[in-house]
Every structure is written in structure tokens, then in C-alpha cells.
Design a protein around this ligand. Sequence first.
Ligand code: BG6
Length: 486
Amino acid sequence: MDATTVVIFGASGDLARRKLIPALYGLHRKGRLPPRFHLVGAARSSATDETFRQRARDGIAEFAELEPQSWTTFEEQIHYLHGDFATADGAKGLTRFLDQLGQAAGGDHNVLFYLSTPPEAYVGLVESLGQAGLLRQSKGYRRVVIEKPFGSDLASARELNAAILGHVHEDQIYRIDHYLGKETVQNVLVLRFANSIFEPIWNRNYIDHVEITVAEAVGIEHRGRFYDDVGVLRDVFQNHVLQLLTMAAMEPPASFDPEALRDERRKVLESIRPIGEDLAVQETVRGQYAGYQDEEGVAVDSQTATFGAIRLFIDNWRWQGVPWYLRSGKAMSEKTTQIAVQFKSVPHLMFPLAPHETIRPNALFLCLQPDEGIHLRFEVKVPDSLREFRSVDMEFHYDEDFGPAAIPDAYERLLLDALNGDASLFMRADAIELGWSWIDPICRAWDAGALPLLSYDRGTWGPSAAGQWLAADGRTWSMGCGEHRQ
Ligand code: BG6
């Protein structure tokens, strides 16, 4: 029987402790890991198997649920190897170690390399693995999982793709955007394509506009040095926000084949109308929360944006003329990720309205986190009134129907897919490059200070100008998912 080993580079880092190891343990508990499984933590710092296992155990206890019996069997499969794996010596040590595991296994030996190091290390590592022959697929598969950020602009993303593709084929690469691993993000496709009532109205004939919000209550926490170089556009818009957009906007693929899905997502990215540097002033808003410049690791005169709003159009038959308003920010009122689909008003209203009365158009809110669910807003008659109307929400909440622990962490799903060779929820090289080519001019305009950096207080919904900017289009930001909490 084949053996499978996951090697995590950067194993002493935060991501491994908080996400990757707890996710692998979660899969172990559910009996979903392949048989004869090994986890090798690889990093520069010296540690023993024992200390690494202890650290893994602490991480699982803190970020997941540790269950003694399954931990004992999981622990036996964990090893630690220290060294500089971007050098020939380091790669040799790793080769020896993997050979031992492979020989003990007898049959073929599959290896999944997970790059969870700082991005500067990616190319050196892949080159060194390639030169050592560790990426050659003769006895079992060799796959490489790469964490975001994937480049910092189009040119660097292209370089990175070219360097990596010099050593592995595209079908061996799994570029992660953890938003695609979220259950609720995948459910956008199920809602649209496993039900017949939404798709006929999911277009420019019925939809007035779509809003995508990725709001976080936390600031930049301990990541000042990293964040100050990237800002909200590169950190969240180029990847997570674009993933939500492609899931909501794509055409139904003919099959659930990974390449068919990725082709449809690519077509959406190709259809986004470019926003040139000159248009960024009117199509975008940027802001920075008060106190950001005092955060550790941030320049005292930093002009990095922690909030952004963008209006975009998708030039195809389905979406022509429908504005998509995207916004994301740190230190906002609350953590909310939602897609709000705002429908058009009724074509003719037969009910006479009093001067102060309005009828709100229907809206569908896809609440992606933290209160996962779907809300549909429609008008009803207020009982015992002559003709008074009010909006109500029909709500589905995941935790009510499936229990509070039903939603696994995104990394569990993504790691399982990578082990199974299913790349549907990973980024192909073309999608990465299309995302960058769309956002690059906006980044350049922002970096050049072409539009004001508006200040906003922590715990608000961003600069008030973002509301006025939308109001100029006759619209307001909606809080469909959080409305009942306000
Ligand atoms: C990361 C960004 O990719 O996503 C962070 O670098 C952000 O800045 C995080 O906080 C948001 O992820 P989630 O899953 O908490 O919405």
C-alpha cells in the first residue's frame, strides 16, 4: 500500500501551529488521511521530534479540539527535521529522510510539500527540491502547495510562476487562497447551481447591483511590518475579494471537473473592465484607521490603506451595466463577510404610497462569516393596517440546521483536496496573473497618492466618504447579514 508524507516548510511558524497542523489532525480524527501517513515539520530552527510534537499538541489544544486517544496515534506520525532546505546540503538531508520513510513503506511514496515560509523563500526552495530530484514523479506523486501572497504585482507573480514552473508542472502546483476552502464560499455555487429558482434571475435583467464586504474588527495585530508593505488591495482584494466575485459571477460549468470550474472563474476575471490609473480617483475610495501609524512595525508617516472600496463592472452578457461594489477594511465595526445581491424595484407599483413611504427592493444576502447563512429580504403587509408595508428577512443559519460545530476550517478541506489531487479550489497561474493585471493600475494610483487617504475611527464602517461615494450612485451600503444585530 502506498505511503503519503506531508512536508511543511516553515513548520515553526504561526500558520503551521494555528491552521495546518490542527487541520491535519482534524482529518486524522475523521479518518480522512491516507493510510501510512507521515507529517514532517521542516524548518531552520533546531528542535527534536519531541519538542515539535509538544508544540503541535499545544496548537491543536488552542485552535481545535484535542482528543487524547486520536492524538496518541497522530503523534506517532509526526517528525521534525531542521536545516536550510534551499541549499544542496539541506535538500540532501531531506532526501535521505524521505527515502527512509519511503523504504519503510515498501510501495510508492507520495509527497506533498507545503511552502509555509516567507514568500521570498519560495523560489530558492522549489529550485533546491527540483535540483535534488525531489519533485520528480516516478514512484508516487510530488505536489507543491504554495501559500499567499503569490507575488506583489503582475511582474513578480509572473516571475514566480515562471521560476516554479521551471521545476514542476502546473498540475503539481496548488496555490492556496483559503477563502476558496470556506464552506460558505463553496455554498455560493450550490445555492446557484443546485437550485432552479435563483439562476433565472441571476443577471442584469433582475439585479440592480451586488455588494461584497470583507470587514474585519481587528486591526493589523502583530503583522505591522508585513502589512505596511502590502495594504488592503494586495492583502485582501487581489485574492479573497476576487474569489468571492468569481464565485458569484461565473457561468455554470458543464461539469464539476476542476479545470471546467477554473476555466469559468478565469472567464470572469477576463471580463472585468480595467480601471486605469486615471480612473482610480473616481472608481475607488481608500482609507486608513486612526492610530494605524502608531502600530508596531508601521512607518510613522505610512500612507498604506487599511480600507478600500472599488466599483467595478463585468463586461459580458450576464452582467453588463450592473455595478459591483467591493469594500474591505481592518478595524471596522464588526467582522462580516457577505455578498449582498440587490434586486431591481418592481416595474410598476399598484399600491398607492404615502409620501414618506418606500418599498425596498428584494435582496439576497449570502452571509459567509461569522454568522453563516442566507437571508432573503422581501416586503410584507403589516397586519391590521390598511396598506402599510415592511421588509422582513427569511433566514437560514448553518448552526441551526447543522449544529454549531458543522463548519470545518478552510484548511481542512484544502489539505484534503490537495492530498486527493483535486485542484478545483486552488488558483491556477492564469487566474493569479489576471487578478494582478486588474489590480496593478489601482495599486499604482494609490501608491502615487492619486487620491486622498481618508482617516476613519476604529469600530466604524470606514471613512464616511465611502458612504457618500455610494450615495452619489443613489445607493447605500447594506448590512443584511448583521442587520438584526445592529
Ligand atoms: C489573510 C489576510 O489572507 O486573510 C489577513 O492576510 C486577513 O489580513 C485574513 O485578516 C482574513 O481571513 P479570515 O478567514 O479571517 O476572513
